[in-house]
Design a protein around this ligand. Sequence first.
Ligand code: MRU
Length: 345
Amino acid sequence: MLPTIEWRGDHVRVIDQRKIPAKVEWYVCRGYRDVIKAIQTMVIRGAPAIGVAAAMGLALGADGIRTNAYPSFVRQFRKVAELMAAARPTAVNLRWAVDRILRLVESMAGAPVDRIKTAIRRESEAMLAEDIEINRRIGEHGQTLVPPEATILTHCNAGSLATGGYGTALGVIRAAREAGKKVQVIADETRPWLQGLRLTAFELMQDRIPVTVIADNAAGYLMRQKKVDLVITGADRIAANGDVANKIGTYQVAVLAKENGIPFYVAAPLSTIDVRIKSGEMIPVEEREGKEICCFGKRLMGPEGVKAFNPAFDITPAKFVKAIVTERGLIRPPYVRGIGKIFSS
Ligand code: MRU
């Protein structure tokens, strides 16, 4: 399985996901601004992966602060943290990771700045290892939903590349295979960035899990022909009522699944659940440049000057979600109660 991100001496390097599958190349981040740029330009993407990247980016940011006085350090560090948290708006894992590091820094108030810098780096390393472990647990719980033989449809890439490793939705598929189940995957191509075609298909082929790519608009046709047994996706943010923000196109897949009597599941770590947000309407949805839709590479495919609207995510209302798979087990509807219970236990 490909690594997503790692420390390399004094710098962080990430697999450049824009280049997969043509090339598997590292992208080097020497300072926190490089990490912000990598997140914004989709060098690294996927909710848990950008959370880990943010933590590592903050360690780079802390290293660059030249003072030995805690008050000055924390003042400068908070500015870096706010810039990092704003890199992309929808995936709450980014804010979650920044807040976790900020809490660490605040808990060490008055300690020597060098010790704080070391602690931030250690925390970011721990967050990477934890994320992989969490995904394995999501996989264990989630695979219980998969029948002994199953065709599973997924949207976008919620795999190893979208996380510290192993993946959330693809983690469930991997775990089902490890449990001896016969699984095959239908991967939506996922326009406009083609995460399904480029990344999900690439990861699954590396693992020798059978995968077939379809155009996004073919999902309903296949479901109606009874060629899909279940759907599983990742999430970028889940509201307290179970509404799910995920890659644009997820909502229509969920509606089609319900219409065709196919279970639609979401796999995500607890760090993706934002209990401060009551419902999906309050989740900020990133809008990206229209040229991502209108161009293939640098080539414009539409008429010069055409207007395009490019929301990167959509919201799937909780009523379409049969269960949410977390590292602590399955959450079933009603989600307000289920999510409340899991956070209070
Ligand atoms: O724009 P992206 O590629 O960052 O969007 C990613 C997704 O929507 C994933 O499905 C989500 O982050 C879950 S990843 C485990």
